[in-house]
Design a protein around this ligand. Structure first.
Ligand SMILES: Nc1ncnc2c1ncn2[C@@H]1O[C@H](COP(=O)(O)OS(=O)(=O)O)[C@@H](OP(=O)(O)O)[C@H]1O
Length: 323
């Protein structure tokens, strides 16, 4: 059977020995890769999801008018985007906090580049909330005048890669290979969002152009209430204790997983069909990579990480028990 990477577990190893994504393939891996690439659209060196993409809109993004009180969540895919969509919606909308509204978070904090519902963004009332996976050099130039606030959320890239693998395979069905094959593709940046290293480094190195706050998925996971306070401080939003409780309660993984307005299950069903077996809200943990990478894959990843992120000052949390 192709695709399984069986390794003998050494005493004390924390890594899983068997690639859980390994499946039998009866055609060459090169065809798989081509297959996935048919879902990608490359524009100015960056891979978009081909559908739903309004190419005319993307070509004119530079001129998209930014308002002073717009708020953007910027992420590399699988780094906590929908979590922040929910958080921003809860912070900004009393209706949402009180559970009275019927709008899905995806409509409250829509993607700038994937306008599923074809909303006229110019008609949206302020403050407008947006999400995007765009690299720093493709965002509207209004953002570069520090006009609006940006929260850049990042997550340790091993967990990003594992989350992405399940998503590409079990949710959007754009990938049918093994974990090893996906890892290669991820490390070459041939996925929606392009290369993880370029995304985070680009945003960090150009941070002085933007009004931007960097936050990690992991700090949210370890201290949700403290993180919500940090977000509110950056956004200049004061919340009462009671409102803060409501935000924190509704932004936990357990709550979001079963909240039909926040878990994206409806959107998956509409776009990909009712028989899709994966979920956006999958595990929501830190360190799931240890259940996926073999010892060899982990060492290979570390080498590349050390080479690419040499001198990069932001810290990463790889384990739930790490400070
Ligand atoms: N509330 C909360 N708490 C903890 N973790 C959460 C939460 N909401 C979303 N998630 C996890 O975020 C992962 C999905 O990332 P994104 O939302 O960035 O995906 S996407 O880029 O919009 O497709 C995905 O991670 P994995 O579970 O590791 O796959 C989600 O489970």
């Amino acid at each position: 059977m192709r695709g399984h990477s069986e390794k003998t577990r050494k005493e004390g190893d924390f890594l899983q020995t068997r690639n859980p994504g390994g499946i039998a393939l009866d055609f060459p891996a090169s065809e798989l890769i081509e297959d996935m690439e048919k879902f990608l659209f490359k524009f100015k060196g960056y891979y978009f999801n081909r559908s739903p993409l309004d190419i005319g809109f993307i070509e004119n993004l530079d001129n998209f008018e930014i308002r002073e009180n717009d708020v953007f969540i910027i992420t590399y895919p699988k780094s906590g985007t929908i979590w922040f969509q929910q958080l921003l919606s809860l912070i900004y909308s009393e209706e949402h906090r009180k559970g009275a509204g019927k709008l899905e978070t995806m409509d409250r904090t829509p993607f700038l580049e994937y306008n599923f519902r074809k909303v006229d963004f110019e008609k949206r009332p302020s403050p407008r909330l947006f999400s995007t996976h765009l690299p720093y050099y493709l965002v509207p130039s209004g953002l570069k005048n520090k006009k609006a606030k940006i929260i850049y959320v990042y997550r340790n890239p091993k967990d990003v890669m594992c989350s992405y693998f399940h998503f590409a395979k079990n949710v959007i069905s754009q990938f049918i290979g093994t974990f090893e094959e996906f890892m290669k593709q991820f490390l070459e940046g041939r996925v929606i969002g392009s290369l993880w290293f370029d995304h985070i480094k680009g945003w960090y190195e150009h941070r002085s152009l933007f009004n931007i706050q960097f936050m990690t998925y992991e700090e949210m996971k370890k201290d949700l209430r403290g993180s919500v306070s940090k977000i509110c401080k950056f956004l200049g939003k004061g919340l009462s204790e009671e409102d803060m409780d409501a935000v924190v309660r509704q932004a936990t993984f357990e709550n979001m997983k079963y909240d039909p307005l926040a878990n994206y299950d409806n959107i998956i069903a509409i776009r990909y069909g009712l028989d899709v077996k994966g979920h956006f809200l999958r595990k929501g943990t830190i360190g799931d990579w240890k259940n996926h990478l073999t010892v060899e894959q982990n060492e290979r990843f570390d080498k590349i990480f050390q080479r690419e992120m040499k001198d990069f000052p932001l810290e990463f949390i790889w384990d739930m028990n790490e400070d």
